[in-house]
Write a protein that binds this ligand. Structure first.
Ligand code: SAM
Ligand code: SF4
Length: 309
């Protein structure tokens, strides 16, 4: 279960938010920490054992580290990981490690300072870079998420792969989805990424070892540690194996990133655990057969920050 604990963010990535930020949801509309925890407890009872904390930017919400600890302590919980832009990570790492975080995905689309600033509008590249080093020193499982955009950062595929392989960590190249403020014409397909990687690493080969729980297809370069993952959100049809369920910061459960529909758990929070469990199961059972990203008019254009990626 991916949980967006806040719709707020300290960056303004061009594909995700407008410069002025998205319309802020009133705090009273956002699930409280105890409500999130209750939903997680019920989820573990239904067999959902792995949680990803995301946002907006999860580290801008004060209760983030406490939540990681409390979810980890739930009976049946096997794993709590986080996706972050890394701006506030280095200074929060000790507490996250103490809380038992099992892995951190750091979103970083470029290795060039000026480009990073252009893509994120307000970000400082040194921060995710320092955070990656700090995670590695701490022995925390670290992955880099890189969203490719044509004409923006698609000339850095090899540099970014080399950055990750040089550190022995995984990097995942993600296809841009027509969600939020993304320009779908800028989507760089995984086939194209693979062509570039094959030229840079002729010996690259599929890696069948398990790197995570998600839809990335991994490759390895013999003699190097660290894997290169491709997340073909648009062109890959991994829907039949999709094990994701998403909880938005406002308590909406989305069976699929692509569609608008889902279940609002808010009214059920006043009810019993059994009622909540029933609604959550319904959301899982109603996962659509496949996404609809090739039909842009059918796509849910809610801000990605609200959904959590
Ligand atoms: N703020 C955190 C971060 O950036 O890692 C967590 C939330 S962010 C919405 C989660 C992930 O969604 C990021 O890796 C981001 O690159 C990705 N993302 C945002 N908009 C996207 C889009 N239109 N298509 C594909 N991925 C997207
Ligand atoms: Fe913030 Fe993440 Fe969206 Fe960038 S992708 S604006 S860091 S929520």
């Amino acid at each position: 279960m991916r949980i967006s604990i806040t719709d707020r963010c300290n960056l303004r990535c061009t594909y995700c938010m407008p410069e002025e930020g998205i319309e802020k949801v009133d705090r009273s509309e956002i699930l409280r920490e105890d409500e999130i925890l209750r939903i997680c407890r019920i989820a573990t009872g239904l067999g959902i054992k792995k949680f990803k904390i995301t946002g907006g930017e999860p580290l801008v919400r004060g209760c983030c580290k406490g939540l990681v600890r409390k979810i980890k302590e739930l009976p049946g919980c096997e794993q709590v990981t986080m996706t972050t832009n890394g701006q506030l990570l280095a200074e929060n790492l000790d507490e996250l490690a103490d809380a038992g975080i099992d892995g951190i995905n750091i979103s970083m689309d470029t290795l060039r300072e000026d480009r990073y600033r252009q893509i994120t509008r307000t970000g400082d590249l040194k921060r995710p870079l320092d955070a990656i080093d700090a995670c590695m020193k701490r022995g925390i499982k670290t992955k880099i998420n890189c969203l490719l955009q044509r004409g923006v950062n698609d000339d850095e595929i090899t540099d970014l792969a080399e950055f990750a392989l040089g550190r022995g960590i995984d990097i995942r190249f993600i296809e841009l989805m027509p969600i939020g403020f993304a320009d779908e014409d800028k989507c760089v397909g995984s086939d194209e990424v693979m062509d570039v990687l094959r030229r840079a690493y002729p010996e690259i080969e599929p890696d069948s070892s398990t790197h995570g729980n998600g839809p990335a297809v991994y490759y390895r370069v013999p003699g190097r540690s660290g894997g290169i993952g491709l997340i073909s959100s648009i062109h890959g049809r991994f829907c039949s194996g999709c094990n994701r369920i998403r909880l938005t910061s406002m308590g909406f459960v989305k069976p699929c990133l692509c569609y608008d529909d889902g279940i609002n758990l808010k009214p059920y929070l006043a009810g019993t655990d059994n009622e909540l469990a029933e609604e959550l199961s319904k959301a899982v059972q109603n996962k659509p057969k496949q996404h609809c990203f090739e039909n842009v008019s059918a796509v849910d254009h809610h801000a990605m920050a609200e959904i959590g990626g």
